[in-house]
Design a protein. Sequence first.
Length: 201
Amino acid sequence: MGAEISDSVNIEPYTILSNKTKSNQLTIDAKDNMSVEDFKKRPVIQTDLHTLWTKQLPNNISPPPRMGHFSVYDPNTNIMIIGYGLGTDKKLLSDIWALDLNELKWSRFEINETIQPRTGSTAVNIGRKIYVFGGFHDKTYMSDFHIIDLETSKIIPINAEGELPPPRAGHIMAVYQNKIMIWGGYNGQFLNDLWIYDTIK
């Protein structure tokens, strides 16, 4: 369901977006000077436009800023894992970090092996294994396919049989019933091909 946004109001630490054309949606006039306490009394829950953001700041060391990294979520441990990417100094990264969503604490995931730094790779999580494909390194697009084993802290190359997906970065990667799907991306040209890898066979 889409909605047209006609106004925005900043009330620390909240930002409210509102559509004044619909009577059942929240409207706040910027001149209201509403306090946080007054804001909390407003019937926000009655609106059908849910655009309330809050900032969560972990209380310990955090990963260096980056772009082009992968991210996956492990529902068994309620942990989000990110890895690789391009740092603010334009250097490629190969580190892996885990965010405990229960305590909002980051920890660096120590891998027993080295991996070539890259940006633009994507990943999916199956059990305690992260499957990573592709990326970009040193002006070269990659078709590298490997597993990050969270139990053993090892990198496991995947030697798949049959025709392999061409190198790419910035693609979509998803998993359904133990089958990994890779679609699109870029390797000098925009791609629209779909590839499926069966992790059971």
